[in-house]
Design a protein around this ligand. Structure first.
Ligand code: PBG
Length: 324
């Protein structure tokens, strides 16, 4: 028998905790939230149980509860009425936009809450694409000024972090300049750097009714087969001034998280996307696995791979688990 017995370091809970390599706490989590115009609305997303489309009046007390649980950062996504969508996503910077108004109210009510916003055309676009569509093509450079208008409107409303999720080339640098030129040097950019064309966004697109009207997102989102290409995306976003680099989805891309962590000196974040969470909810509802343990293990795997922060629909449940 070998004299080295790894089991000695697992022999009781005190020793196990002493030698634990990875920490996971609510401070590492960002909570994505769906917002809808109106009053008195709290609609559960059918394909994402436990998650809701909120109207602002309903959301405010919920945010207070989240803050009490230690959740310090949220990422808000708008569910926009179809009638307000157009080819240019012009509602995204409209002065009467409910999303922008909600951001300012939230920042007024809870100045300490870090608010992240999403920059991409899809929730506002009649084409359901992240960029401008012309003759079936997604135009890159023509999309950038639209994203910049959206970004400035969100910064004016009080966003702390903007999250460009569109995957257009050159948008991080473009948006950084737009922010700086407008005096928003303190607004951070968490760029969706390695965002893959994934099957796991389904419930999110249900929540926002934002699926592409035609075609798919493969000319701008990355091919799931590619890893070295993530280094190129990361290098560009880093050089263009991204404060944090995101990998999305998380679970099928833990190797990419770890690759970026080793190669870039900025925080790496992971988006534990809607489909990944839906799988766990569905299995747990069937009694096929233990929800609390599965959630903890999933999130831990992302931290172990190197994620500094994780966007996850489990944020509130996790915060409740660690409290109890
Ligand atoms: C789109 C966007 C998507 C998500 C965040 N921003 C979906 C998409 O690219 O179609 C997905 C998040 C999730 O599935 O939880 N700009």
């Amino acid at each position: 028998m070998n004299t080295i017995r790894p089991r000695r370091n697992r022999k009781n809970s005190a020793i196990r905790q002493m030698v634990e390599e990875t920490q996971l706490g609510v401070q590492h989590l960002i909570y994505p939230i769906f917002l809808k115009d109106g009053k008195g609305i709290k609609e559960e997303v059918a394909s994402l149980p436990n998650n809701f489309r909120w109207s602002l009046d309903q959301l405010l007390p919920e945010l207070e509860a989240c803050l009490k649980l230690g959740i310090s950062t949220i990422d808000i996504f708008p569910a926009v009425d179809d009638a307000l969508k157009d080819q240019m996503a012009s509602y995204s910077w409209a002065s009467d936009n409910f999303y922008l108004r909600a951001i300012s109210t939230i920042k007024k009510e809870f100045p300490e809450l870090v608010v992240m916003t999403d920059v991409a055309m899809d929730p506002y676009s009649s084409d359901g694409h992240d960029g401008l569509v012309q003759n079936g093509q997604i135009l890159n450079d023509e999309t950038l000024p639209i994203l910049a208008k959206m970004t400035i409107a969100q910064a004016q409303a009080g966003a702390d972090i903007i999250g460009p999720s569109d995957m257009m080339d050159g948008r991080v640098g473009y948006l950084r300049s737009a922010l700086d030129d407008n005096g928003f040097t303190d607004v951070s950019i968490m760029s969706y750097t390695a965002k893959y064309a994934s099957a796991f966004y389904g419930p999110f697109r249900d929540a926002l009714n934002s699926a592409p009207k035609s075609g798919d997102k493969k000319t701008y989102q990355m091919n799931p087969a590619n890893k070295r290409e993530a280094l190129l995306e990361a290098q560009l976003d880093f050089e263009e001034g991204a404060d944090m680099l995101m990998v999305k989805p998380a679970l099928c891309y833990l190797d990419v998280i770890s690759l970026l962590k080793e190669n870039f000196p900025v925080p790496i974040t992971a988006y534990n996307v809607s489909g990944e969470c839906a799988m766990v909810y569905a299995a747990a509802q069937n009694g096929w696995l233990d929800y609390e343990r599965a959630v903890g293990e999933m999130l831990l795997s992302m931290r172990r791979a190197g994620a500094d922060a994780i966007l996850t629909y489990f944020a509130k449940d996790f915060a409740q688990f660690v409290r109890s």
